[in-house]
Design a protein around this ligand. Structure first.
Ligand code: ADP
Length: 658
């Protein structure tokens, strides 16, 4: 600035307000207001320099100045004024310096043109220091009493102004704060109300004074069975919620000792009497100035039940001799018992890192997935082969069913090593094969000798001897039938049941068999209904054997009835033959089993109706090999209808009989 120029002639020299801490002041004191005071001070006292500094947390900051050589610093305006301003602030009294130049610090001051300084404190009504009003001259100057009085007058006005502004600011800030707090409260209240009502946990608020329920949420209503109306105004004790009231007492005691309760397991009685296990947390909160208890219950009954079941299962399965595996739907083994560890030869950790695919002898994943899907549905029982760690295999019977364990869908599989059973079955099969073969030869010669004997007897005309021979021949025939059945079973088991396919009239075959059997079934009339238009392709003898078996059974198992009906039906794809009797029927639980070999329906009937339980097994195998099906519909006491179907397309490919 040129030396002759007066500071107040240049408004540009109104110092900028402090950058730091200025925001608050700016909002309440327009910069222009303070500038007017500095202008006035410089004019009234005829000084080129004047400034107002305000005490802020960082110290005195020049807010408005005129004629200052300003040096911007990060915290605002710095000038040699500060030296004197700080002195005024420290003393709380006016500081009047008529010649500042001897002051050693001025030499280094960036305000070399200052020669005289006068500063008075700006004081609030209560005496608090608000700031400093400073004036300075380029020449030394003896400050008069009038000068001081003038400065103090101005300072009083500025102080009053600042105080007012500060008060207003504080008020405004307080108002804003209250408003913000009100909003925050409202928001948190809404949030609380929402959380309360929507929480999946049971939430209740009880009055700390009398323990009565003030509020309960929807989960409380849903899980306990008590409606809001029933619950509010009553205590949990009145609702009989706590299974062990001691638990509640202990909780209350903790709350009284200013402790909160966190996840304590307790049992609660629901409205319907069922018991719920829950983790209980509680804490005292204030609502409308009243102490209340906010209780949170996390229902873990399901988890508890699952844990109990798991524990029971573990106890059971560890003692079981069968292999027990829990398998996830992706095949991963998640639990195995001791028997499994012993059977497969893996240690527990390795076994639990494997999948069911690692334990099965090679088989397609499609097959395993299909079995798992069926197991997960209604359960499944099947035989397969499993593999040990050393690569050796063993046959197993698997019983598998889907179960929920800890919220996860798993398959519980119980596997029985059937190596011994298979060996016994094999031995039995071999024995049957050998025995029936060995029986066949003497039976055949017995039959031949019986026929020779008949010829001689015919010549002797010995009637009683003839009757005995009839009986002998009948017994030989029965025995032959049994031996034939046993031989058939051996052939089926060995996969050697041979079928000779040819086109034949099934209708004629049926009529022929009925004609043959009718004389021996004197108590029953065998009726044939329906007809078949096309010939059938298949093994006539074997299909005849099936029809004969169904008819003999129908007669045999309906001693009190007088009719057996054979129905023939032609459909576009297949021929259907059914044999209906009105006899004793078959209990539903046995209906699937009667097609197993050696199966006979339990009970005293075993003695009444002779048989080995092989006919239906052989029949169903014959029909299956023809590509058809054999099934039964039966009601105990009302009779049974055995039906088989044969596909017509076999006609085109007679050689397709496997
Ligand atoms: P078997 O008659 O020689 O015992 P099957 O294999 O022909 O052997 O039949 C198996 C079992 O099925 C019989 O023991 C009997 O309990 C039952 N069964 C078969 N047919 C009938 C029927 N028509 N009515 C009632 N039960 C039957």
């Amino acid at each position: 600035m040129p030396s002759g120029e007066t500071a107040n002639s240049s408004p540009a020299h109104h110092a900028a307000r402090a950058a730091d801490g200025g925001d608050v002041l700016e909002s309440i004191t327009p910069a222009g207001t303070l500038d007017r005071w500095t202008d006035r001070a410089s004019r009234l006292l005829h000084v080129p320099m004047a400034c107002i500094s305000v005490i802020e947390t960082s110290g005195a900051v020049i807010q408005s100045g005129v004629g200052l050589v300003e040096i911007a610093s990060e915290t605002g305006l710095v000038s040699s004024f500060h030296l004197f301003i700080n002195r005024v602030v420290a003393q709380g009294q006016p500081v009047l310096l008529s010649d500042t130049r001897p002051d050693s610090s001025i030499a280094a001051s960036p305000e070399p043109r200052m020669a005289a300084y006068a500063g008075v404190p700006l004081l609030a009504t209560q005496g608090d220091r608000l700031g400093v009003l400073s004036v300075a001259d380029h020449q030394p100057r003896a400050w008069t009493a009038d000068d001081l009085a003038l400065l103090q007058d101005l300072a009083a006005s500025i102080s009053a102004h600042l105080e007012r502004q500060t008060l207003m600011g504080a008020l405004q800030a307080a108002q804003q704060e209250t408003e913000a707090a009100r909003h925050a409260l409202k928001r948190s209240e809404t949030r609380f109300a929402k959380t309360f009502s929507l929480s999946p946990l049971i939430l209740t608020i009880t009055s700390a004074a009398d323990g009565r329920l003030i509020d309960v949420n929807a989960t409380f209503e849903r899980l306990t069975g008590y409606t809001r109306e029933e619950a509010l105004g009553r205590t949990p004790v009145e609702l009989d919620l706590w299974l062990n009231p001691v638990d509640r007492e202990q909780g209350l005691q903790a709350l009284r000792n200013n402790q909160s309760i966190s996840n304590v397991e307790a049992e609660f009685r629901m409205r319907n009497g069922q018991v719920m296990t829950a983790l209980c947390s509680a804490e005292v909160i204030e609502i409308d100035g009243q102490p209340c208890v906010l209780t949170v219950l996390n229902d873990i009954s399901e988890r508890k039940r699952a844990e109990d079941i798991l524990q029971r299962y573990q106890l059971l399965s560890e003692r079981a001799r069968d292999i027990v595996l829990f398998v996830r739907r992706d095949g991963h083994i998640i639990e195995a018992n001791q028997a499994a560890i012993e059977a497969y030869g893996y240690d527990r950790d390795t076994l639990l890192s494997l999948s069911i695919y690692d334990l099965r002898a090679p088989v397609t994943s499609v097959e395993i997935e299909a079995q798992m899907a069926r197991a997960d549905g209604s359960g499944i029982l099947f035989e397969t082969v499993h593999r040990r760690r050393d690569g050796s295999t063993f046959p197993v019977e698997v019983s598998s069913i889907g179960a929920d364990m800890g919220g996860e869908r798993v398959l519980l599989s119980i596997l029985r090593d059937i190596t011994d059973r298979k060996r016994l079955e094999r031995q039995k099969d071999e024995f049957i094969a050998v025995a029936s073969h060995e029986l066949k030869t003497p039976l055949t010669s017995a039959k031949v000798f019986a026929q020779l004997l008949r010829k001689r007897l015919n010549r002797l005309q010995d009637e009683p001897a003839g009757r005995y021979l009839d009986k002998t021949e009948q017994q030989i025939d029965k025995l032959t039938e049994l031996v034939n059945d046993l031989l058939d079973v051996s052939r089926i088991e060995a996969g050697r049941l041979e079928l000779q396919a040819q086109a034949f009239s099934l209708v004629d075959c049926v009529h022929q068999i009925v004609a043959d059997i009718q004389p021996t079934a004197d108590a029953h009339g065998i009726v044939i209904e329906g007809d078949l238009a096309t010939p059938v392709v298949g093994d006539q003898d074997r299909i005849g054997q099936v029809i004969l078996n169904l008819l003999t059974n129908a007669v045999k198992y309906s001693p009190g009835a007088d009719t057996v009906i054979v129905r023939l039906e032609d459909t576009p794809d297949q021929v259907i033959v059914s044999v209906q009797d009105f006899g004793i029927g078959i209990p539903p639980s046995d209906q699937a089993k009667i097609f197993d070999r050696f199966f006979r329906v339990d009970g005293t009937r075993e003695r009444t109706y002779p048989g080995l339980g092989l006919g239906l097994y052989i029949s169903s195998e014959i029909i299956r090999r023809h590509g058809g099906q054999l099934w039964v519909i039966s009601e105990p006491g009302r009779g049974s209808t055995f039906t088989f179907s044969l596909p017509k397309h076999l006609a085109a490919t007679p050689s397709s009989l496997p």
